[in-house]
Design a protein around this ligand. Structure first.
Ligand code: ATP
Ligand code: LTN
Length: 330
Protein backbone atom coordinates (compact mmCIF):
# COMPACT_ATOMS: atom_id res chain seq x y z
CA UNK A 1 0.00 0.00 0.00
CA UNK A 2 1.14 3.55 -0.70
CA UNK A 3 2.34 5.51 2.30
CA UNK A 4 0.21 8.44 3.46
CA UNK A 5 1.58 11.87 2.70
CA UNK A 6 2.88 14.48 5.16
CA UNK A 7 3.49 18.07 4.05
CA UNK A 8 4.81 21.11 5.90
CA UNK A 9 6.52 24.39 5.17
CA UNK A 10 8.47 27.11 6.93
CA UNK A 11 8.95 30.66 5.66
CA UNK A 12 12.52 31.88 5.20
CA UNK A 13 11.50 35.11 6.90
CA UNK A 14 14.21 35.17 9.57
CA UNK A 15 16.26 33.04 11.93
CA UNK A 16 14.26 30.17 13.32
CA UNK A 17 13.23 30.27 16.97
CA UNK A 18 12.79 27.43 19.44
CA UNK A 19 9.05 28.02 18.83
CA UNK A 20 9.47 26.98 15.19
CA UNK A 21 11.73 24.15 16.28
CA UNK A 22 9.41 22.75 18.95
CA UNK A 23 6.13 23.42 17.14
CA UNK A 24 7.24 22.19 13.74
CA UNK A 25 10.76 21.30 12.62
CA UNK A 26 11.85 18.84 15.29
CA UNK A 27 8.79 16.71 14.49
CA UNK A 28 9.56 16.51 10.80
CA UNK A 29 12.20 13.81 10.90
CA UNK A 30 10.21 11.54 13.20
CA UNK A 31 7.61 11.22 10.44
CA UNK A 32 9.99 10.45 7.58
CA UNK A 33 10.15 6.68 8.23
CA UNK A 34 6.45 6.04 8.24
CA UNK A 35 5.14 8.59 5.73
CA UNK A 36 5.91 9.98 2.32
CA UNK A 37 7.09 13.40 3.54
CA UNK A 38 7.38 16.70 1.67
CA UNK A 39 9.08 19.60 3.44
CA UNK A 40 9.17 22.88 1.64
CA UNK A 41 10.90 26.21 2.22
CA UNK A 42 8.05 28.57 1.37
CA UNK A 43 9.89 31.49 -0.18
CA UNK A 44 6.80 32.66 -2.08
CA UNK A 45 5.01 33.13 1.23
CA UNK A 46 7.97 35.07 2.59
CA UNK A 47 7.63 37.86 0.00
CA UNK A 48 4.18 38.78 1.32
CA UNK A 49 6.24 41.04 3.59
CA UNK A 50 9.17 43.13 2.36
CA UNK A 51 12.40 41.13 1.91
CA UNK A 52 15.90 42.14 0.91
CA UNK A 53 16.70 39.82 -2.08
CA UNK A 54 20.24 38.93 -0.98
CA UNK A 55 19.02 38.16 2.55
CA UNK A 56 16.10 36.10 1.28
CA UNK A 57 18.49 33.87 -0.67
CA UNK A 58 20.62 33.37 2.44
CA UNK A 59 17.62 32.72 4.68
CA UNK A 60 16.30 30.15 2.22
CA UNK A 61 19.60 28.26 2.50
CA UNK A 62 19.41 28.62 6.28
CA UNK A 63 15.97 27.06 6.59
CA UNK A 64 16.96 24.26 4.24
CA UNK A 65 20.08 23.58 6.31
CA UNK A 66 18.11 23.60 9.53
CA UNK A 67 15.68 21.06 8.10
CA UNK A 68 18.61 18.78 7.39
CA UNK A 69 20.52 19.59 10.58
CA UNK A 70 17.51 18.64 12.69
CA UNK A 71 17.47 15.17 11.18
CA UNK A 72 15.73 15.22 7.81
CA UNK A 73 17.24 12.75 5.39
CA UNK A 74 16.86 13.86 1.76
CA UNK A 75 16.93 10.20 0.72
CA UNK A 76 13.77 9.61 2.73
CA UNK A 77 11.91 12.91 2.65
CA UNK A 78 11.47 15.28 -0.28
CA UNK A 79 13.04 18.61 0.67
CA UNK A 80 12.52 21.48 -1.76
CA UNK A 81 11.90 25.15 -2.39
CA UNK A 82 8.40 26.39 -3.16
CA UNK A 83 9.26 28.75 -6.04
CA UNK A 84 11.05 25.88 -7.84
CA UNK A 85 7.77 24.03 -8.37
CA UNK A 86 5.55 26.27 -10.53
CA UNK A 87 2.50 24.09 -9.83
CA UNK A 88 2.15 25.89 -6.47
CA UNK A 89 1.50 29.21 -8.18
CA UNK A 90 -0.68 27.56 -10.81
CA UNK A 91 -2.97 25.77 -8.37
CA UNK A 92 -3.03 28.92 -6.27
CA UNK A 93 -4.83 30.75 -9.07
CA UNK A 94 -7.50 28.09 -9.44
CA UNK A 95 -8.06 27.86 -5.69
CA UNK A 96 -8.32 31.65 -5.44
CA UNK A 97 -11.47 31.21 -7.47
CA UNK A 98 -12.81 28.73 -4.90
CA UNK A 99 -12.17 30.85 -1.80
CA UNK A 100 -14.55 33.52 -0.56
CA UNK A 101 -13.42 36.97 0.48
CA UNK A 102 -15.46 36.58 3.66
CA UNK A 103 -13.41 33.54 4.65
CA UNK A 104 -10.12 35.32 4.10
CA UNK A 105 -11.41 38.31 6.04
CA UNK A 106 -11.72 36.13 9.13
CA UNK A 107 -8.09 34.94 9.14
CA UNK A 108 -6.44 36.08 12.35
CA UNK A 109 -2.86 35.81 11.02
CA UNK A 110 -3.81 38.29 8.30
CA UNK A 111 -5.33 40.65 10.86
CA UNK A 112 -2.17 40.48 13.01
CA UNK A 113 0.17 40.96 10.06
CA UNK A 114 -1.96 43.74 8.56
CA UNK A 115 -1.40 45.78 11.72
CA UNK A 116 2.36 45.20 11.59
CA UNK A 117 2.76 45.89 7.87
CA UNK A 118 0.46 48.84 7.24
CA UNK A 119 2.94 50.32 4.80
CA UNK A 120 2.70 47.25 2.57
CA UNK A 121 -0.85 45.88 2.67
CA UNK A 122 -0.56 43.82 -0.50
CA UNK A 123 -3.01 41.32 -1.99
CA UNK A 124 -0.50 38.49 -1.44
CA UNK A 125 -0.68 38.97 2.32
CA UNK A 126 -4.46 38.68 2.11
CA UNK A 127 -4.53 35.58 -0.11
CA UNK A 128 -1.58 33.95 1.68
CA UNK A 129 -3.73 31.09 3.09
CA UNK A 130 -4.84 30.09 -0.42
CA UNK A 131 -1.22 29.56 -1.45
CA UNK A 132 -0.78 27.49 1.71
CA UNK A 133 -3.84 25.41 0.75
CA UNK A 134 -2.29 24.89 -2.70
CA UNK A 135 0.98 23.71 -1.14
CA UNK A 136 -0.83 21.12 0.90
CA UNK A 137 -3.44 19.94 -1.60
CA UNK A 138 -1.02 19.45 -4.51
CA UNK A 139 0.53 16.44 -2.76
CA UNK A 140 -2.68 14.64 -1.66
CA UNK A 141 -1.54 15.29 1.89
CA UNK A 142 -3.11 13.47 4.84
CA UNK A 143 -1.18 15.14 7.69
CA UNK A 144 0.29 18.59 8.25
CA UNK A 145 2.64 19.04 11.24
CA UNK A 146 2.42 22.71 12.28
CA UNK A 147 2.08 24.97 15.31
CA UNK A 148 -1.24 25.99 16.81
CA UNK A 149 -1.16 29.33 14.96
CA UNK A 150 -1.81 27.49 11.67
CA UNK A 151 -5.01 25.73 12.79
CA UNK A 152 -7.29 28.27 11.14
CA UNK A 153 -5.39 28.07 7.84
CA UNK A 154 -5.73 24.30 7.91
CA UNK A 155 -9.48 24.57 8.44
CA UNK A 156 -9.65 26.82 5.40
CA UNK A 157 -7.59 24.30 3.40
CA UNK A 158 -10.02 21.53 4.32
CA UNK A 159 -12.91 23.73 3.37
CA UNK A 160 -11.48 24.56 -0.05
CA UNK A 161 -10.73 20.87 -0.71
CA UNK A 162 -14.24 19.82 0.27
CA UNK A 163 -15.84 22.55 -1.83
CA UNK A 164 -13.82 21.56 -4.90
CA UNK A 165 -14.48 17.83 -4.37
CA UNK A 166 -18.20 18.44 -3.96
CA UNK A 167 -18.44 20.68 -7.02
CA UNK A 168 -16.64 18.22 -9.34
CA UNK A 169 -15.67 14.80 -7.97
CA UNK A 170 -13.12 13.63 -5.39
CA UNK A 171 -9.87 15.36 -6.41
CA UNK A 172 -8.08 16.33 -3.21
CA UNK A 173 -7.35 14.37 -0.07
CA UNK A 174 -8.79 16.37 2.85
CA UNK A 175 -5.83 16.92 5.21
CA UNK A 176 -5.61 16.94 8.99
CA UNK A 177 -3.26 18.91 11.22
CA UNK A 178 -0.71 17.32 13.54
CA UNK A 179 -0.62 19.97 16.22
CA UNK A 180 1.02 19.36 19.60
CA UNK A 181 -1.28 20.26 22.46
CA UNK A 182 0.71 22.49 24.79
CA UNK A 183 3.90 22.67 22.77
CA UNK A 184 2.13 23.85 19.64
CA UNK A 185 2.33 27.40 20.91
CA UNK A 186 5.54 28.55 22.58
CA UNK A 187 5.16 32.08 23.91
CA UNK A 188 7.43 35.12 23.85
CA UNK A 189 9.99 35.26 26.68
CA UNK A 190 9.14 38.92 27.19
CA UNK A 191 5.36 38.69 26.95
CA UNK A 192 3.90 35.28 27.76
CA UNK A 193 0.56 36.39 26.30
CA UNK A 194 1.92 36.59 22.76
CA UNK A 195 3.45 33.95 20.49
CA UNK A 196 7.21 33.62 20.15
CA UNK A 197 7.80 34.79 16.58
CA UNK A 198 10.90 34.94 14.43
CA UNK A 199 9.98 38.40 13.21
CA UNK A 200 9.58 39.90 16.70
CA UNK A 201 11.71 43.07 16.70
CA UNK A 202 12.83 42.37 20.30
CA UNK A 203 15.42 39.62 19.92
CA UNK A 204 15.35 38.91 23.65
CA UNK A 205 11.77 37.69 23.25
CA UNK A 206 12.95 34.57 21.39
CA UNK A 207 15.65 31.94 21.64
CA UNK A 208 16.97 31.31 18.18
CA UNK A 209 18.03 27.82 17.18
CA UNK A 210 21.47 29.25 16.40
CA UNK A 211 21.96 31.19 19.67
CA UNK A 212 25.19 30.42 21.51
CA UNK A 213 25.36 29.21 25.11
CA UNK A 214 25.86 32.63 26.72
CA UNK A 215 22.98 34.13 24.79
CA UNK A 216 20.63 31.31 25.75
CA UNK A 217 21.62 31.61 29.42
CA UNK A 218 21.14 35.39 29.36
CA UNK A 219 17.77 35.29 27.61
CA UNK A 220 16.35 32.56 29.86
CA UNK A 221 17.62 34.33 32.98
CA UNK A 222 15.90 37.54 31.93
CA UNK A 223 12.68 35.92 30.75
CA UNK A 224 9.49 37.21 32.34
CA UNK A 225 8.06 35.02 35.11
CA UNK A 226 6.20 36.24 38.22
CA UNK A 227 6.81 37.28 41.80
CA UNK A 228 4.95 34.42 43.45
CA UNK A 229 8.16 32.46 44.10
CA UNK A 230 6.13 29.26 43.95
CA UNK A 231 7.07 26.65 41.34
CA UNK A 232 3.68 25.72 39.88
CA UNK A 233 2.20 24.84 36.52
CA UNK A 234 -0.91 26.98 36.17
CA UNK A 235 -2.53 29.57 33.92
CA UNK A 236 -2.03 32.31 36.51
CA UNK A 237 1.76 31.96 36.02
CA UNK A 238 1.96 32.06 32.21
CA UNK A 239 5.68 32.92 31.98
CA UNK A 240 6.70 29.96 34.12
CA UNK A 241 4.18 27.73 32.36
CA UNK A 242 5.79 28.58 29.03
CA UNK A 243 9.28 27.80 30.34
CA UNK A 244 7.97 24.45 31.62
CA UNK A 245 6.67 23.70 28.12
CA UNK A 246 10.08 24.45 26.65
CA UNK A 247 11.70 22.24 29.29
CA UNK A 248 9.20 19.50 28.51
CA UNK A 249 9.92 19.70 24.78
CA UNK A 250 13.69 19.43 25.20
CA UNK A 251 13.69 16.80 27.97
CA UNK A 252 10.71 14.66 26.94
CA UNK A 253 9.69 14.61 30.61
CA UNK A 254 6.11 15.03 31.72
CA UNK A 255 4.97 18.32 33.24
CA UNK A 256 4.13 16.40 36.40
CA UNK A 257 7.71 15.13 36.79
CA UNK A 258 9.20 18.52 36.08
CA UNK A 259 7.01 20.18 38.71
CA UNK A 260 7.79 17.47 41.24
CA UNK A 261 11.50 17.87 40.61
CA UNK A 262 11.54 21.67 40.99
CA UNK A 263 8.95 22.08 43.76
CA UNK A 264 10.47 24.26 46.43
CA UNK A 265 13.44 25.30 44.24
CA UNK A 266 14.07 28.85 43.13
CA UNK A 267 13.08 29.95 39.63
CA UNK A 268 16.75 30.77 39.13
CA UNK A 269 17.82 27.18 39.57
CA UNK A 270 15.17 26.03 37.10
CA UNK A 271 16.20 28.70 34.62
CA UNK A 272 19.89 27.73 34.81
CA UNK A 273 19.03 24.08 34.19
CA UNK A 274 16.65 24.95 31.37
CA UNK A 275 19.27 27.07 29.60
CA UNK A 276 21.78 24.22 29.83
CA UNK A 277 19.24 21.72 28.56
CA UNK A 278 18.37 23.88 25.56
CA UNK A 279 22.01 24.42 24.70
CA UNK A 280 22.81 20.73 25.06
CA UNK A 281 20.01 19.79 22.67
CA UNK A 282 20.67 22.56 20.16
CA UNK A 283 24.44 22.40 19.94
CA UNK A 284 24.59 19.25 17.78
CA UNK A 285 22.02 20.84 15.45
CA UNK A 286 24.19 23.98 15.28
CA UNK A 287 27.31 21.96 14.48
CA UNK A 288 25.63 20.13 11.65
CA UNK A 289 24.07 23.37 10.43
CA UNK A 290 27.49 25.01 10.14
CA UNK A 291 28.85 22.12 8.10
CA UNK A 292 25.85 22.19 5.76
CA UNK A 293 25.99 25.97 5.24
CA UNK A 294 29.67 25.59 4.33
CA UNK A 295 28.80 23.54 1.25
CA UNK A 296 26.19 25.38 -0.82
CA UNK A 297 26.84 23.17 -3.86
CA UNK A 298 25.68 20.18 -1.87
CA UNK A 299 22.57 22.06 -0.71
CA UNK A 300 21.82 23.01 -4.31
CA UNK A 301 22.02 19.39 -5.35
CA UNK A 302 19.60 18.40 -2.59
CA UNK A 303 17.03 21.03 -3.47
CA UNK A 304 17.24 20.30 -7.21
CA UNK A 305 16.53 16.62 -6.70
CA UNK A 306 13.78 17.56 -4.22
CA UNK A 307 12.04 19.88 -6.64
CA UNK A 308 12.08 17.26 -9.38
CA UNK A 309 10.42 14.72 -7.13
CA UNK A 310 7.94 17.28 -5.86
CA UNK A 311 7.11 18.54 -9.38
CA UNK A 312 6.23 15.07 -10.54
CA UNK A 313 3.59 14.61 -7.82
CA UNK A 314 2.37 18.20 -7.96
CA UNK A 315 1.85 18.12 -11.72
CA UNK A 316 -0.23 14.98 -11.45
CA UNK A 317 -2.71 16.78 -9.20
CA UNK A 318 -2.56 19.97 -11.25
CA UNK A 319 -3.42 18.10 -14.47
CA UNK A 320 -6.51 16.61 -12.81
CA UNK A 321 -7.59 20.01 -11.55
CA UNK A 322 -7.15 21.71 -14.93
CA UNK A 323 -9.16 18.97 -16.59
CA UNK A 324 -11.99 19.17 -14.07
CA UNK A 325 -12.40 22.93 -14.28
CA UNK A 326 -12.59 22.67 -18.07
CA UNK A 327 -9.21 23.83 -19.38
CA UNK A 328 -8.24 22.30 -22.75
CA UNK A 329 -5.31 19.89 -22.67
CA UNK A 330 -1.99 21.39 -23.84
P1 ATP B 1 6.86 35.05 11.29
O1 ATP B 1 7.20 35.73 12.58
O2 ATP B 1 7.75 35.43 10.15
O3 ATP B 1 5.40 35.07 10.97
P2 ATP B 1 6.85 32.52 12.60
O4 ATP B 1 7.88 32.49 13.67
O5 ATP B 1 5.43 32.65 13.02
O6 ATP B 1 7.23 33.56 11.52
P3 ATP B 1 6.50 30.53 10.46
O7 ATP B 1 7.48 30.39 9.37
O8 ATP B 1 5.24 31.26 10.13
O9 ATP B 1 7.11 31.19 11.78
O10 ATP B 1 6.16 29.10 11.03
C1 ATP B 1 6.90 27.92 10.84
C2 ATP B 1 6.29 26.82 11.67
O11 ATP B 1 6.54 27.06 13.05
C3 ATP B 1 4.77 26.72 11.54
O12 ATP B 1 4.41 25.35 11.59
C4 ATP B 1 4.25 27.42 12.76
O13 ATP B 1 2.97 26.97 13.14
C5 ATP B 1 5.31 27.04 13.78
N1 ATP B 1 5.41 28.03 14.84
C6 ATP B 1 5.66 29.35 14.68
N2 ATP B 1 5.74 29.97 15.87
C7 ATP B 1 5.51 29.01 16.81
C8 ATP B 1 5.46 29.04 18.24
N3 ATP B 1 5.66 30.15 18.92
N4 ATP B 1 5.23 27.87 18.89
C9 ATP B 1 5.04 26.72 18.20
N5 ATP B 1 5.08 26.63 16.85
C10 ATP B 1 5.31 27.76 16.15
N1 LTN C 1 1.64 29.44 6.72
C1 LTN C 1 2.68 28.76 7.41
C2 LTN C 1 3.81 28.35 6.50
C3 LTN C 1 3.29 27.45 5.44
C4 LTN C 1 2.88 26.09 5.60
C5 LTN C 1 2.48 25.67 4.31
C6 LTN C 1 2.81 25.24 6.68
C7 LTN C 1 3.11 27.75 4.13
N2 LTN C 1 2.64 26.69 3.44
C8 LTN C 1 1.98 24.39 4.10
C9 LTN C 1 2.32 23.96 6.45
C10 LTN C 1 1.91 23.55 5.20
C11 LTN C 1 3.18 29.70 8.48
O1 LTN C 1 2.97 30.88 8.41
N3 LTN C 1 3.77 29.18 9.46
Amino acid sequence: MDKKVVFSGVQPSGLLTVGNYIGAIRNFHTLQEEYDCYYCVVDMHAITVTQVPKDLREKTFQVLSLYLASGLDPEKATVFIQSHVPAHAELNWVLNCFTYMGQLNRMTQYKDKAVKHQDNLNAGLFTYPVLMASDILLYQTSYVPVGEDQRQHLELTRDIAQRFNARYSPTFEVPEGLIAKEMGKIMSLKDPESKMSKSDPDENASIFVLDDEDTIVRKIRRSVTDSEANFCYRDEQPGLKNLIHIYQAFSDESVENIVKHYEGSSYNQFKEDLAQLIYQKLSPVQERYKELMGDKKHLEEIYRIGSEKASYQANKTLRKVYKKVGFLPR
